[in-house]
Design a protein around this ligand. Structure first.
Ligand code: FAD
Length: 379
């Protein structure tokens, strides 16, 4: 039976210097802010912040220099990401392009696509969103019905995407489309970069439980997409999409979304902590550190060119459980009045409402556990 193996790794760069430089950047560019502003910050878009980060070389860090990147080691990027998330920096605007858009093009795109899109992504001037889910096609992604038909101008695309995070700010949607008529399930799917300013594209907001506008519905009506916006070979979309999932599921964003609340709890209790608070802080920190080791080990495997899909699913499932449980555990311990005007109460109230979504985005708990069971050789 295969199990989670921790990969030991060395960092062929000066991790302390990287950490010091991103911390210096943060102290210069990040306003102090309240704890609730620092929660779930990878979903918070801020174009000016992303562009400042890009100017400092922290976007597209691992991409080739010829495409605007910094050719840094993937674990150096990991150090930067964990510092950004631990500080609650608003990185949502460029997150998808940096994590998935650029890597997708590098792996499957043409030289022209890389030259056209990646330098603008690395400058945080071009943003992308992910158009996979549709009404009725979430966990069962292979049932995607948005369809593309070839015509003399390229492709005519019709359909609807849903839960498309940041589509209202993004320039392009990386869309999964059924292009082979009569095809079923994983066959006949193709990925496209769809310019969201094209005629026939309508982006409608979906307002979430806390009144935020993060995700959208995207309607595609006879949208004409040139063939040079097709990413990879026709019909290979499923293989490409599933190859991205390890990148999407194993990073520090999968366990740090509630960290601001824990830090606030530690700050509030730092003067005279009860033995119960000390024990709770110890327990949560130990869990956090274990998750970090698992996530970094998975990042090291990715850096070595492996596809640790099983490990990524485990990191996401355990990480999401941690960041979902944290507000509930701290609420029980702190006996907090949620309407009180404190940083802790505001952050807690926010997380109690948004944290149910943590185990939905990027693949639900039940789906991940199916992957884990099959990965361990169980049927
Ligand atoms: C905050 C957030 C951001 C998102 N951003 C994006 C985005 O940018 N782009 C995008 O394409 N999508 C996005 N999504 C959508 C997300 O990928 C889907 O919500 C997710 O895949 C689940 O699909 P669904 O909502 O259709 O639920 P369903 O698939 O209908 O699932 C409903 C419930 O049934 C369970 N279930 C389903 N099938 C099975 C099964 N076979 N066995 C056991 N249980 C099962 C699920 O686990 C879940 O609990 C986002 C979602 C959220 C919450």
């Amino acid at each position: 039976m295969q199990t989670f193996s921790i990969r030991s790794f060395s960092t062929p760069f000066d991790a302390a210097a990287t950490r010091a430089s991103i911390r210096a950047f943060l102290s210069e560019h990040q306003p102090p802010g309240r704890a609730d502003d620092r929660c779930n910050s990878w979903a918070v878009p801020d174009k000016a912040f992303s562009q400042a980060l890009a100017r400092a070389g922290y976007v597209g860090m691992v991409w080739p220099k010829k495409y605007g990147g910094g050719e840094k080691h993937p674990l150096e990027r990991y150090v930067v990401l964990e510092e950004l998330l631990a500080a609650g920096a608003p990185v949502g605007m460029h997150w998808i392009a940096d994590r998935q858009g650029g890597p997708l093009l590098l792996r499957y795109g043409t030289k022209e696509q890389c030259e056209h899109f990646m330098p603008a992504m690395a400058r945080a001037e071009l943003f992308t969103c992910i158009g996979m889910s549709e009404p009725g096609s979430g966990s069962d992604l292979a049932s995607v019905r948005t369809r593309g038909k070839r015509d003399k101008n390229g492709w005519v695309i019709n359909g609807q995407k849903v839960w498309t995070t940041n589509a209202h700010n993004a320039h392009y949607m990386i869309a999964l489309v059924r292009t082979v008529e009569g095809s079923e399930r994983q066959e006949g799917l193709t990925q496209f970069l769809i310019d969201l300013s094209l005629p026939g594209v309508t982006v409608r907001p979906i307002i979430d439980l806390v009144g935020g506008h993060d995700f959208n519905e995207v309607f595609l009506e006879d949208v004409i997409v040139p063939d040079d916006m097709r990413v990879g070979e026709e019909g290979h979309g499923w293989k490409q999409v599933t190859a991205e999932l390890s990148l999407e599921r194993s990073g520090p964003e999968r366990y740090l979304s509630s960290l601001a609340l824990l830090l606030e709890f530690i700050r509030v209790n730092s003067k005279s902590p009860s033995s119960q608070s000390k024990s709770l802080i110890g327990k949560l920190t130990a869990e956090l550190w274990t998750l970090r080791q698992m996530s970094m080990s998975t990042a090291a495997k990715l850096a070595d060119g492996e596809d640790p899909a099983l490990e990524a699913a485990i990191v996401k499932d355990l990480g999401n459980s941690f960041e979902q449980e944290l507000p509930r555990v701290l609420q029980a311990s702190a006996d907090c009045d949620l309407s009180s005007d404190t940083d802790f109460a505001r952050a807690l109230a926010l997380l109690l409402q948004v944290s149910p979504s943590f185990s939905l985005r990027g693949g639900t708990r039940e789906i991940l556990r199916g992957i884990i069971a099959r990965g361990l050789g169980l049927r």
